[in-house]
Design a protein around this ligand. Sequence first.
Ligand code: CTP
Ligand code: MG
Length: 225
Amino acid sequence: MIALIPAAGSGSRMASVAPKQYLDLAGQPLIWHTLSALSKVAELDQIVVVISPEDEWWDSFDWCEFKRLEVLRCGGASRAESVLNGLLALQGSDDWVLVHDAARPCLDPALVSQMIVELVNHPVGGILAVPVADTLKLAQAGQHIAHTHPREGLWQAQTPQMFRIAQLAHALTIGMGPDITDEASALEKLGLQPKLVMGSPWNLKVTYPQDLRLAELILAAGRLG
Ligand code: CTP
Ligand code: MG
């Protein structure tokens, strides 16, 4: 089983000098924590990181402690393209792949093992996700509320997202476009129904500057047990 980590984004919403995956988080680059969590998942044989061909940061850190790590400099213009390019480099395998955002450093390794148990016999695969808790508003001009959208049955997608390598590569190739914002959406476009596995509110995606502090607090709380 393989983990594939798209890490070729520029982090535009973070508005920082370096892409967010390299920003300092509790004394290490953010992506170090992501790799550390995945390296604790015994079921994973290999961790593949996809970075941008223009990446100037990766080589300035030491990654030796991660034994099963491979880096591919084949990132694309969108997350979906980065994932597809990474999958094509793994061609020939019909193993499971767990795609996980570099920008989710607070992943609990035990949750990943639990997810694998839930999905390993599933015909399609699935994703970590959490049910929407807040009331949802559709905005119209001037930031006024057009109406309230029923939240029943709505979930927020997280990662990892676990699918078969060949099927995911096929789905991304056929479906590639701006509407494919995660792996599951590509499978859905083929008429398949990935499973929703209960994720965790701690598994946040660092997106805006204030998320860094939140991630630091979550990591510190984890260390306290
Ligand atoms: N990603 C990628 N290739 C891209 C764009 C994104 O591999 N062309 C990766 C990011 O590095 C990140 C994950 O996909 O780990 C989730 O994307 P997101 O949080 O949107 O990161 P960025 O695209 O870097 O941030 P922004 O959208 O704010 O620019
Ligand atoms: Mg993005």
